[in-house]
Write a protein that binds this ligand. Structure first.
Ligand SMILES: Cc1cc2nc3c(=O)[nH]c(=O)nc-3n(C[C@H](O)[C@H](O)[C@H](O)COP(=O)(O)OP(=O)(O)OC[C@H]3O[C@@H](n4cnc5c(N)ncnc54)[C@H](O)[C@@H]3O)c2cc1C
Length: 460
């Protein structure tokens, strides 16, 4: 019965007659696999999923959905925590088959299909000594991460993902296929650099490649105390810009390389990324290694794509999370992190701290639609749960700890927002950014066709 509720008679056949890509509907065997997303607890039931093969396919589906008044969503890597990329009772434009990567080595640039994942792109360009900074997870899609900003392992060296973005090919709400860059539709180019999926369907991205001929990276696990957490943040802030870090303060998972005595004790579970010569990297890492005897130290010279280890495709966690920004790196912050993580009933939980700065902070706040360039730490608090009954208490814990870390500042990074309402979306776009995006939305998507995202309705 549940399957029939999402069937719209004739819809799948109509779409099949119009596009070159594969169309899957609720009665097809592949439906469950096609609609699956990364996070657990999401059970979207679209009326049709179209695996588009080119911009013409995208334009056809956009016009089709608009004319029939059908809800529309766009799926790339499927990592949105809200499940926004697979819409209930509507049509999904699935870009996962847009997988081309075309390098221009003389120019140091590359065009990539919006269905390519971070690890796939990294492998394609690393062979030539290049990288583009995406996030910390290889299977995240270029589509979602790039449009929201992209904070990852090269954030201090070359900025956000959008700071390497030179152009996009995009299908607008009226079904037009447009080339967008600094000279063509410049307002739209500003908007897609941080404004998320609000403005159209990107089929291809053009990136400037960052030379990364040598790379040192991997996991460094340190005992977590107020002193080591404060020391880590200070060292990350003072480090040369070739070093970006992601520190998760959390109970240590029972991993084979971790002595048993450390299992489930609070550690700094850090990912270190040094995008420079390896000898200088060893020196840059010393202040971190000196904080305490490491519980495990796997940081070593590796090919850049190896920072993305293989992932288990069957991992679909149930989690609640909140995101925010912090400017104060001092010991009070570390003390609040440690206090907040002390709980009576054990559950898997983490405070993730990313010290920003470097190249990401030299871009003016209003140069792109990511308006947090002056913020010093991106923080996420997450709690995992197994049964629905645990969700509410975990969420309360997450909210309380986040409030203690940010002092109630509502600012957040759009790619880490969950379903938190309009005020939070506004706070993700500070200093006039939201209003400017709403005005551009009114011009390019006046009927709000692209609302399956952290939505910015058209102005007026
Ligand atoms: C495990 C994990 C780790 C993460 N780590 C990081 C990180 O280190 N840094 C970081 O910045 N973010 C990170 N994120 C957040 C991530 O960037 C966002 O969830 C992003 O939206 C995922 O992109 P996707 O294409 O995989 O997701 P999808 O669910 O496929 O898409 C999400 C949304 O993006 C839009 N979209 C996707 N493709 C297109 C397109 N081609 N055209 C127009 N709109 C499109 C749509 O609005 C869609 O609803 C992480 C997420 C997860 C789950």
């Amino acid at each position: 019965v549940a399957q029939l509720t999402t069937s719209i008679p004739g819809l799948v056949a109509d779409l099949r007659a119009r596009v070159s890509g594969r169309v899957t509907g609720p009665t097809d065997d592949a439906f469950d696999a096609e609609r699956a997303l990364m996070y657990g607890g999401l059970d979207p039931r679209p009326a049709a999923i179209v695996r588009v093969v080119d911009a013409a396919d995208v334009a056809t589906v956009v016009r089709f959905a608009r004319e029939r008044g059908l809800p529309l969503s766009v799926r790339s890597g499927g990592h949105a925590a809200t499940g926004s990329s697979v819409v209930d009772d509507g049509v999904v434009i699935d870009v996962r088959d847009l997988t081309s990567v075309d390098l221009d080595l003389d120019d140091g640039t590359a065009w990539a299909g919006s269905g390519v994942t971070a690890v796939e792109f990294s492998k394609a360009v690393a062979a030539h000594g290049f990288a583009v900074g995406f996030g910390d997870t290889g299977t995240v899609g270029l589509g979602g991460i790039t449009l929201g900003g992209g904070v990852g392992y090269l954030v201090r060296k070359s900025g956000l993902t959008i700071d390497s973005l030179l152009a996009v090919e995009l299908v607008t709400a009226d079904g037009g296929i447009v080339a967008v860059d600094g000279d063509h539709h410049p307002e739209l180019f500003w908007a897609v650099r941080g404004g998320g999926g609000n403005f159209g369907v990107v089929t291809r991205f053009r990136f400037r490649l960052t030379p990364v001929p040598e790379f040192t990276g991997g996991m460094l696990i340190l005992p977590a105390t107020t002193e080591t957490v404060a020391g880590f943040l200070a060292a990350a802030d003072a480090a040369p810009e070739d070093l970006s870090t992601i520190a998760n303060v959390m109970p240590c998972p029972p991993m084979p390389m971790v002595p048993e005595a450390w299992h489930n004790r609070l550690v700094i579970f850090a990912f270190m990324a040094w995008a420079g010569p390896s000898e200088a990297g060893a020196r840059a890492l010393e202040p971190f290694r000196d904080l305490a005897e490491p519980v495990a130290d796997l940081v070593q010279p590796i090919p850049y794509p190896d920072i993305y280890p293989p992932e288990d495709p069957d991992y679909h966690p149930l989690a609640v999370s909140r995101t925010g920004f912090i400017d104060d790196l001092g010991p009070e912050l570390a003390a609040r992190v440690m206090d907040g993580l002390e709980v009576k009933d054990e559950f898997f939980r983490a405070v993730q701290l990313r010290v920003l700065g470097g190249a990401s902070s030299r871009v003016p706040n209003d140069a792109t639609a990511y308006g947090h360039r002056d913020r010093r730490i991106l923080v996420n608090v997450a709690a995992f749960y197994e049964s629905e009954a645990e969700r509410a208490p975990r969420e309360a814990w997450v909210e309380q700890l986040m409030a203690s870390l940010t002092g109630g500042d509502p600012a957040g990074y759009v790619n880490f927002l969950v379903d938190e309402g309009e005020a939070r979306i506004r706070a993700a776009y500070p200093g006039g950014t939201y209003e400017r995006l709403a005005a551009i939305k009114a011009r390019y998507d006046p009927t709000n066709l692209f609302r399956g995202c952290q939505n910015i309705p058209p102005a007026g």
